[in-house]
Design a protein around this ligand. Structure first.
Ligand SMILES: O=C(O)CCC(=O)C(=O)O
Length: 284
C-alpha cells in the first residue's frame, strides 16, 4: 500500500489528498526540461490554438478536438497583441501541452508509469487502470490564465464514474502564482455538467444543475515541488490567474477504469490505432 487507511478515509471524505514529496526533485526537473525542449521544437506557424476556460466551446477547434492522442500546444489567452502576434517568446506564451504526452513521449511515459503511481491507483480502487489524458500546465508568469471552478468528470465522464486526476507540482505552487483551490467534500454534490461533442461538429455543455458553486468554501492547496494532489473526478476545483513574476508548472494525469463505459460523445477521443494503456509497461 502506498496510502494508509487514514489517507484513504480522508480522500473519501474530502475528495482530495495532498501527498508531499511524492516525486523526487530530479524527476520534476527532468519533466520540466523535456517540456521546455518540446516547446522549443514546436513550430507555431499556422497552428494557433488558445486554451480559454471562459469560452471552451468557441475554442474547441479541430486542433483541440483531435489532440486526445497527440502532443499539441495551446496558447495563453493573453499571449497575443491586438494584431495577433505574440507579446513575448513562444516559450513564455504556451498555456499547456496535451493530451497524450504519457503515451507518446518517453520521458513523460517514464514519469507517468512508476511502481509508486501504479500502487496508488490500485489503492484508490481502480482495478483495470487506463491512463486517459495528460497535460503539462505552465501557468506562465504574469499572463497565466485562470481555470474556473469545474469537476474533471465534466470533461472526462465515465459510467459508472471511476476517474480521478493526479496533479503533480513541478514547482512550488503558491497563492500568488495560482495554486489549486478546492471545495472540500464538494465531490458529494453530484455532476453538474458534461462537455460533449456536438452532433453538428464542435462541442457543447450538457447542463444538469446550473446552481453556482459555493465558492466561499474554496480552500487553497499550496503545494511544494514534488507534491502530488489526488483529485476525485467530481471534486470542484479551480486555479486563479498567475500575475506573479514566476511560473507555476504542473503535470496532470487522468486515470479511468476499463470496466466503466467511456462514452463516444466525450470530447476527448482516440483513434483506433492508439488504444489506451495502463501500467503494463511499468517497471516492477
Ligand atoms: O493546474 C491548473 O491550473 C488547473 C488544472 C485543472 O484544474 C485541471 O486540469 O483540471
Amino acid at each position: 500500500m502506498s496510502m494508509n487507511a487514514d489517507q484513504i478515509a480522508a480522500y473519501e471524505r474530502d475528495g482530495f489528498l495532498v501527498l508531499e514529496d511524492f516525486v523526487d526533485q530530479r524527476a520534476c526537473d527532468r519533466l520540466r526540461a523535456r517540456a521546455e525542449e518540446l516547446v522549443r521544437e514546436f513550430d507555431p506557424a499556422g497552428v494557433v490554438s488558445v486554451f480559454s476556460t471562459h469560452e471552451q466551446t468557441r475554442t474547441s477547434d479541430e486542433y483541440f478536438l483531435a489532440s486526445g492522442d497527440k502532443i499539441r500546444f495551446f496558447f495563453e489567452e493573453n499571449a497575443f497583441l491586438a494584431d495577433g502576434t505574440l507579446r513575448q517568446s513562444k516559450e513564455r506564451s504556451i498555456n499547456k501541452i496535451g493530451h497524450a504526452l504519457h503515451d507518446l513521449d518517453p520521458v513523460f511515459d517514464q514519469f507517468s508509469r512508476t511502481p509508486k503511481i501504479k500502487q496508488l491507483v490500485s489503492d484508490l480502487g481502480i482495478t483495470e487502470p487506463l491512463l486517459l489524458q495528460s497535460m503539462y500546465i505552465f501557468k506562465q508568469p504574469r499572463i497565466g490564465g485562470e481555470v474556473t471552478c469545474h469537476q474533471d468528470a465534466t470533461f472526462l465522464f465515465t459510467e459508472p464514474l471511476r476517474m480521478f486526476g493526479l496533479w503533480f507540482a513541478l514547482e512550488d505552487a503558491t497563492i500568488e502564482n495560482g495554486c489549486l483551490w478546492v471545495i472540500p467534500g464538494g465531490h458529494k454534490f453530484g455532476l453538474k455538467s458534461r462537455f460533449v461533442r456536438a452532433e453538428g461538429g464542435g462541442t457543447r455543455f450538457e447542463v444538469f444543475d446550473d446552481t453556482p458553486w459555493p465558492e466561499e468554501k474554496l480552500q487553497p492547496l499550496k503545494a511544494r515541488k514534488g507534491t502530488l494532489i489526488v483529485l476525485h473526478g467530481l471534486l470542484p476545483h479551480l486555479s486563479r490567474e498567475n500575475r506573479s513574476p514566476g511560473s507555476r508548472h504542473a503535470y496532470t494525469l487522468h486515470v479511468i477504469d476499463a470496466s466503466s463505459d467511456y462514452p463516444e460523445n466525450n470530447w476527448l477521443q482516440r483513434s483506433a490505432e492508439m488504444s489506451l494503456r495502463g501500467f503494463e509497461s511499468c517497471p516492477e
